[in-house]
Structure formats: structure tokens, C-alpha cells
Design a protein around this ligand. Structure first.
Ligand code: G6P
Length: 596
């Protein structure tokens, strides 16, 4: 959440910062801004509301002079989306410019003090307070490093900050708490960013800063100190495959990432063969297991609860929305906690994990991003090996989270899954009754019939309900159609009242065990005028004669959730495009939510 970037070197800073910010835009796209220092030590700022492309055009961001600078792409917390609130922010003298990710909890109190001392503020942000606080500390005679050290002590919350302090030709930084800040060093140049993705095109060796770090980078020097006396971490290699970051010929990243599912699913299956023994041993040691996650990762957690409970019959396994976990005082904290997060950065997940670890509770992470905070603090981890995901809505990473739980359950049928993905996304013509339709065409057909409707229901039972929940979330996120998911049997206890002519219903039917009831649900909704679409498997499809359906190649029902969501992702994607929205950048959302 909020992308921050810094560059110092021999090249012109602004175009490099823009490229870095493009790679960070998934963290927020409310506004964007850049500050550079020209050859005379003057700080120049350009910023505006909207996406990088829009602001670049309007404000000619790339024309800012100088070969040192900082940049920011914002997801607003304090202050509305406006040019005044866009970063970078400056102090009264204009000699300090700051970009920031995170929240300063005690900003109001500090702002009051600084106002009393005569500082003038131009924005409603918590960030601007930091610029003035440093100005004040410098006025008191402190060096910049001393001022940063003091600021980390005085400012409460989790934050990462990069700043310019004229006329010093250095990128200063400080980090408190959980939010990432990473330094990359090249020959005669250096980079700072809030995600290693932004460093990948420029350098292969990076330094992940620890909580309490502050210091600077110049063209040929890195200086890092730590408020808590932590030693300097070792440099690490970047493991990102930069060639898979672009759109690969697709109009949108979300679409491409759906088509990447077969590749990354088989990557995970190979990884799981050798690398999850430690995680399984940990799991087997505990009888009570809590699983926490947010958004799609919560849905994967729910799948984990359902499937692991079937396999480990004597264990008590429960999935909980991460932000609600601290409220569940009934859940004793001496058991195993599985934390699920694609980014490994989600505050709602990290906050309880940090506390659990302090209390000696083991945490097993199911995580995509290596070296993320969650990866680093967990007791044990399973990497889902899903590559970089940049569309805000999770697709391929959700699938691999599901596969990770299947692997933890020792499900042999995991090996069938990559083949099934190949069939549906690479070769298969689907049996939907319209002849030789491909899965994508079938999804588009369904999207065309519901994209102009205000609401939709997604229904399913047990593992099918997890798929329904994820399908409903996806269409909400990217197309803004109000979609609700229910366990199919629950429909008659209230929601059925909403069904009338042409109300779209997506019904998931995945198991022989439930198919008769699923057919009844289908009848209940169409008899009231609904437009119902069934997502099912080849061996069950004859139960839905006369229905509009998508039929998928059979897999073991325990892993069916991974396959069922693919058509649902495609329906959501097409609905968003048909409604004229950019599915990669849904309004109000960000991919990594690093605030509470
Ligand atoms: C945000 C994203 C969701 C995502 C959730 C959890 O809300 O918009 O798509 O599922 O965060 O993210 P995580 O990185 O923890 O899996």
C-alpha cells in the first residue's frame, strides 16, 4: 500500500522513478508525484491526481531535472485524494521532501506541537508532519541521521520513509515496524523501493531493511544504523523472473495471470514434492490449528479448514478472517497458527502474527513473496510459487494457496490438477451446449448476460461454497456488480426473496454427494425467473439438462475448488471489461493493504 521509490546515480532520475513507480502502482493509484534535486541543490516537485500515465501526461513528470530523486504512488489514508495530499511533501523551507508508506498514529499530537512552533502545513496528511518534525530537529542542531533516529523514536505506527534533504546528495530513509523498504545498489548508483519488484530491472543484489533502520545511500555508499541495535542484514539475491512481469500480449494483467495458472500450478506441484516436509511435521504436531488470512487469502484459509478437517479428523481446525482474530479471545494462543498471505505484507495478518510470535506461538506461513515480512518472521513456511502477481485481484495466487493446503493434506490428487488446467485454459472446448466454445468464450457469454445487472448470487455447498465466495468477491472487486455468496441451502432462508426475473445466479455443483440438492436449488431459482448458470464437472453435467452451464474436466472433488474458480475469474474479468472498467486497477483498492 503506497509505493515509494528513490534513485541516485549518473542518469536522469525522473524517468527511472517513473518506471519504478509503474511497477509499484498495484500498491495504490490515487495520485502520483516525484521530487528531484537539481544540480544547484534545489528540490523540484511535480505531482497530480490519478494514474501514472495520466499525471505524466498532464504534469510532464519526466521533465524534472537532476540525477537524484524520490517518487510515490498513493493509496489514501489521511486526507482525501487531491493534489495537495499527493506525495512528496515538504517542510517549511522546501529543503526536505518526503515520501511515505504507512501510518503515523500520533501525527495529530505532533502536528499541534509543530503548529505552535510556527510551522505551516499545506496538506491533511500524516506524512507532512514528518517533514516538519525533521526540519525542527535540524533547527535544534541535530544532524540528519540524529534527526531520523529521534523521529523513529517519536513517531508511532508502522512506516517506511525516503527523503531528500537539500543540499545533501543522498537518499535518506527510515523504517519502523512491518512495512518493507529495500535498497538496491548498482555501479555508481543506488535505488530504494517499497517492493523488490521495482528494483528487479536495475539490480540483482538487495538489502531488506530491518525494523528501526535509518541511514542513507549515495552513489557509492550505503550507511544503515538501527535504533534497536540490530545488526546490518546480509544482502540477498532477487529471485523475480522479470520476463513474467509484463502483460505478455494480453490486454490486462488479470487476464494474463489467469492464463498463467497452468504454469504456476505445475511449478508449485514440483516444489511441494520436496519442500514441505517441515511444514507437514509442524502441522502434525498440533491438535488445534487456526488459519488466518484476508480477502482471497481468507477464502483459501476456509478451503484449508474444510479440506484439512476431512483429512486430520482428530484435529480442530478453524479459519478466521485475520482482522477478526484479535477479537476472538476464545481462541487460545498456544496452538499452531497458519497465516495465509500472497504478499506477506497484509497488516491485518502481520499484526497478530507478530504478537503470536512474541508469545511463543508457532506460525506456519503460506506465502508467495519470498523475503516478505511474513516469510521472515514465520516459524516455517510453504511458498506457493505463483510468481509475481500484479493485478490487484488475486487469481493465480488464490489457486496456488488452495493447492498448498491440498499439499499439506498430502492429497495425491494434487498431481492431477496441472493437467486439468492445461485442458481448460490451453486446449479444451467446453461442453456448454453451444458447440465448440472455449472456456473463455463461455465465460464471456455469461458475463454478457449479467454485466448490466446490479446484483448476482453465487451459490455452492461446502468446497463449492468456497469457490462461490471467491467468485463473488472477484466480480465485486473488478466489475463493481454487487454479488453475494451463500451456501446453496441457505438461499431459502431469506435471500430467495430477492430473486425475480433475470436475476443472475451462478450455481456451483461439484460433487455427486450434493448434485441432487443442487438441481433442486437450480429449479427453485429458475422457477422464480432467475437467469441461472451452472458451473460443474463432466460427470455431473447430465443432471443439469436444459441449463446454461460450463462443464469442467473431472478432478478429485477435494481439489475441485482450484478448478472451479477459473471460469468464475474469467466471468468477473469479462464483466469488468464489458462495463468499461480496468480490471487491473479496481477503484478504492490496493493489492497490498499495509494499514489496519
Ligand atoms: C487486498 C487485495 C485482495 C487480497 C487481500 C489479501 O485486500 O485487494 O485481493 O486478497 O488484500 O492480500 P494478501 O497479500 O495478504 O494475500
Amino acid at each position: 500500500m503506497c509505493g515509494i521509490a528513490g534513485y541516485i546515480g549518473n542518469r536522469k532520475a525522473a524517468p527511472i522513478l517513473i518506471e519504478m513507480l509503474r511497477l509499484l502502482e498495484y500498491r495504490g493509484y490515487d495520485s502520483v508525484g516525484i521530487a528531484t534535486m537539481d544540480s544547484r541543490g534545489r528540490i523540484r516537485i511535480s505531482k497530480g491526481v490519478g494514474s501514472i500515465d495520466k499525471v505524466l501526461k498532464e504534469k510532464k513528470l519526466d521533465s524534472l531535472p537532476g540525477n537524484i530523486g524520490i517518487g510515490h504512488t498513493r493509496w489514501s489514508t489521511h486526507g482525501i485524494v487531491s493534489e495537495e495530499n499527493a506525495h512528496p511533501h515538504t517542510d517549511c523551507t522546501g529543503k526536505i521532501a518526503i515520501v511515505h508508506n504507512g501510518v503515523i498514529q500520533n501525527y495529530f499530537e505532533i502536528k499541534r506541537e509543530l503548529l505552535a512552533k510556527g510551522h505551516r502545513f499545506y496538506s491533511e496528511t500524516d506524512t507532512e508532519v514528518v517533514a516538519h518534525l525533521i526540519e525542527e530537529l535540524l533547527k535544534e542542531g541535530k544532524t540528519i541521521l540524529e534527526a531520523l533516529r529521534e523521529s523513529i523514536k517519536r513517531l508511532q505506527g508502522d512506516f517506511s520513509i525516503v527523503l531528500l534533504a537539500s543540499p545533501e546528495r543522498r537518499l535518506y530513509f527510515m523504517k519502523k515496524g512491518l512495512l518493507p523498504l529495500i535498497i538496491g545498489k548498482g555501479k555508481g548508483e543506488a535505488f530504494v523501493a517499497s517492493d523488490v519488484i521495482a528494483l528487479a530491472p536495475y539490480t540483482k543484489r538487495v538489502l531488506y531493511l530491518e525494523d528501526g533502520s535509518y541511514g542513507y545511500v549515495s552513489r557509492d555508499e550505503i550507511k544503515v544504523e538501527n535504533v534497536y541495535g540490530k545488526p546490518l542484514p546480509k544482502r540477498k539475491n532477487i529471485s523475480i523472473d522479470a520476463s513474467r512481469i509484463d502483460k505478455g500480449g494480453f490486454a490486462h494483467r488479470m487476464h494474463k495471470e489467469i492464463y498463467d495458472i497452468p504454469h504456476f500450478a505445475s511449478l508449485f506441484v514440483s516444489y511441494a514434492e520436496h519442500h514441505i516436509k517441515g511444514a507437514i511435521e509442524l502441522l502434525e504436531t498440533y491438535d488445534k490449528i487456526r488459519i488466518i488470512g484476508a480477502g482471497s487469502s481468507y477464502h483459501a484459509s476456509l478451503y484449508g479448514e474444510m479440506v484439512l478437517s476431512r483429512i486430520y479428523k482428530n484435529k480442530h481446525i478453524k479459519a478466521i478472517v485475520a482482522s477478526e482474530f484479535p477479537n476472538r479471545i476464545d481462541l487460545v494462543e498456544d496452538d499452531l497458527v497458519i497465516a495465509v498471505s500472497q504478499s506477506g505484507e497484509t497488516y491485518d495478518v502481520l499484526e497478530p502474527v507478530r504478537r503470536l510470535k512474541e508469545n511463543g506461538v508457532p506460525v506456519l506461513a503460506i506465502v508467495n513473496r519470498r523475503n516478505s515480512e511474513l516469510d521472515r518472521i514465520a516459524t516455517e513456511r510453504v511458498y506457493i510459487e505463483a510468481g509475481v502477481e500484479r493485478a490487484v485481484a488475486a487469481t493465480k495466487t488464490f489457486v496456488n494457496q488452495v493447492l498448498a493446503f491440498a499439499a499439506l493434506g498430502g492429497l495425491e490428487s494434487l498431481n492431477e490438477v496441472p493437467k486439468a488446467f492445461d485442458k481448460i485454459l490451453k486446449e479444451r472446448r467446453n461442453r456448454s451446449g453451444l458447440g465448440s466454445e472455449k472456456l473463455d468464450e463461455a465465460a464471456l457469454r455469461i458475463a454478457k448476460s449479467l454485466y448490466d445487472k446490479p446484483s448476482a448470487f453465487y451459490l455452492g455447498r461446502y468446497l463449492g461454497y468456497v469457490a462461490a465466495k471467491e467468485g463473488a468477491l472477484k466480480i465485486k472487486e473488478v466489475s463493481y456488480i454487487h454479488a453475494e455468496s451463500y451456501p446453496s441451502g441457505e438461499l431459502k432462508h431469506g435471500p430467495l426473496a430477492l430473486i425475480s426475473k433475470d436475476f443472475p445466479v451462478i450455481l456451483i455443483s461439484y460433487s455427486e454427494k450434493h448434485v441432487r440438492k443442487d438441481r433442486s436449488t437450480y429449479e427453485e431459482v429458475i422457477s422464480r425467473g432467475a437467469n441461472a448458470y451452472v458451473i460443474t464437472f463432466d460427470s455431473l453435467v447430465e443432471n443439469f439438462e436444459g441449463a446454461s452451464y460450463i462443464s469442467l474436466p473431472d478432478v478429485d472433488e477435494n481439489v475441485s475448488t482450484a478448478i472451479l474458480v477459473v471460469p468464475l475469474f474469467l466471468i468477473a474479468y469479462h464483466a469488468a471489461v464489458l462495463r468499461g472498467y480496468d480490471p487491473d486497477k479496481p477503484r478504492n483498492l490496493a493489492k497490498s493493504v499495509t494499514v489496519e
